[in-house]
Design a binder for this molecule. Sequence first.
Ligand SMILES: NC(=O)c1ccc[n+]([C@@H]2O[C@H](COP(=O)([O-])OP(=O)(O)OC[C@H]3O[C@@H](n4cnc5c(N)ncnc54)[C@H](OP(=O)(O)O)[C@@H]3O)[C@@H](O)[C@H]2O)c1
Length: 172
Amino acid sequence: MEMVDKNIEIVVAVDNRWAIGRGGGLLCHLREDLRHFKALTRGHTVVMGRRTFESLPAGPLPERQNIILTRDRSYAPRGAADNDRVVVAHDIDEALRLASMPEPIMIIGGAQIYRAAMPIARTLHITMIHHAFAGADVWFAPPRATEWTITRVEPHRGEADYDYDFVTYTRL
Ligand SMILES: NC(=O)c1ccc[n+]([C@@H]2O[C@H](COP(=O)([O-])OP(=O)(O)OC[C@H]3O[C@@H](n4cnc5c(N)ncnc54)[C@H](OP(=O)(O)O)[C@@H]3O)[C@@H](O)[C@H]2O)c1
């Protein structure tokens, strides 16, 4: 693991083939998972890629500092003008420096940002949806058993459109 003294956690929902999205959006909208996401991230800084930010239906996430990663130095995110909790960063290190809400810093996607943050994350909050969605075009890299261990599994059966598990991975 790289030496980063901040507590960084990844939050992601995957299907049973580790897919996370299609056509620029999510695979499904599971109300229970959106609630779980909100509970995990509220009061913290969330870091996301420019594409994920632009896919948010209602703009910046409330009650959280939103840091948007882009390589575009002139990028002006929607909703930033009147909201000092919307911040742009141009690499992961800058995002971590700009994070100003209490840790953990929550990495909320998409695929490119998960890939960049995986080496520095300490915890993964993975919602595993028991379904294979057609048309997926972005994936999450499965955590390696040599680097991560499962420390908690919370199964949910017969409660929603799909069965799912909230699974917590902790870095070994
Ligand atoms: N299932 C889930 O939990 C979940 C969560 C989030 C997103 N998603 C899905 O994931 C998909 C989007 O993922 P994606 O991989 O296409 O896009 P993304 O990671 O959301 O955003 C990619 C953009 O981020 C910027 N970027 C990437 N790496 C960077 C770096 N190291 N430094 C600075 N900027 C960087 C670039 O922006 P510029 O092009 O502006 O330079 C790049 O185009 C969507 O389908 C979304 O719905 C799923």
